[in-house]
Design a binder for this molecule. Structure first.
Ligand code: IPD
Ligand code: CA
Ligand code: CA
Length: 263
């Protein structure tokens, strides 16, 4: 493991105390879109610590921190799974991705409640608490499908439900845990095989993308060429290129282009 990854992991794990301490909850927009004082405190701490580790990088955080573009960029979701967090479901993670020229090269996803720590660096494999992880070799029929119904834009739920109906008939079962970063890491560690989300932001997947691909999985953005760094896009991911292709065929039948009023 490189010194850089070691330092990033330390910065992430040092935020555990913030997540385990009392916090206040506010609505960002609508009942489902919450933010807590812990989200803000974790983002602020990570911005300070990560830019100390790599002063040459810029920073993009879900809760509004954004510094001027540079070749290296930290993309941070301070708490992925905030709805789980405020319900004490213990399924939330700090997600830190490092991008070089827009490509995810380092990722750390940490659930402070279970102490699951996933990490990867491009070209060096993916790990869960020190053990190398690999995707499963299950075929589509034996796959577990993770998906979401687009909680922050429920007019897209119909498309997601149609896709779920189609995939469900052909796979083993489906799940929804409420943290995209942790769910993608489930694929990386061989516990699930398929993933589709119609509208995800860079901070949800920046870390998990490199963790999944280093574990042998495949990750694809749809209709997201030349996107703004802070804009959403649909993603599909799988344990194998064959399963990704099959999932993509189902998804693009239902979503042949970015839906209207997508942003
Ligand atoms: C959300 C979670 C959820 C996913 C949403 C994300 P947040 O992140 O990852 O599983 O379906 O698209 O926005 O709001 O808890 O950081
Ligand atoms: Ca998120
Ligand atoms: Ca978040």
């Amino acid at each position: 493991m490189s010194d850089l990854l070691n330092h990033v992991i330390k910065a992430v794990v040092d935020c555990r105390e913030i997540m385990l301490s009392p916090y206040s909850v506010m609505e960002k927009s609508g009942v489902s879109n919450l933010v807590t004082s812990a989200d803000k405190a974790v983002e602020e701490k990570l911005k300070t610590e990560l830019l100390k580790i790599l002063p040459d990088a810029c920073f993009l955080g879900e809760e509004g921190s954004r510094t001027d573009d540079k070749t290296y960029r930290f993309v941070v979701d301070p708490i992925d799974g905030t709805a789980n967090f405020v319900r004490n479901l213990n399924c939330s993670a700090i997600s830190v991705g490092l991008l070089k020229d827009g490509v995810s090269v380092l990722g750390v996803v940490y659930n402070p409640f279970t102490n699951e720590l996933y990490y990867a660096e491009k070209g060096k494999g993916a790990f869960l608490n020190g053990q190398e992880i690999k995707v499963s070799n299950r075929d589509f029929a034996h796959s577990l499908y993770y998906t979401a119904l687009c909680i922050y834009k429920k007019e897209l739920a119909e498309n997601c439900l149609n896709i779920l109906r189609d995939v469900y008939k052909q796979c083993d079962d489906f799940r929804r845990e409420g943290s995209a970063a942790l769910e993608l890491c489930r694929l990386a560690s061989g516990k699930a095989e398929l993933y589709f989300e119609i509208r995800i932001f860079p901070w949800d997947s920046a870390a998990a993308e490199v963790i999944l691909t280093e574990a042998g999985g495949v990750f694809k953005r749809l209709y997201a060429e030349n996107i703004d760094m802070a804009a959403p896009f649909p993603i599909i991911a799988a344990n194998s290129t064959g399963n990704l292709k099959k999932l993509e065929e189902i998804v693009i039948k239902e979503v042949p282009r970015l839906p209207k009023d997508y942003n």
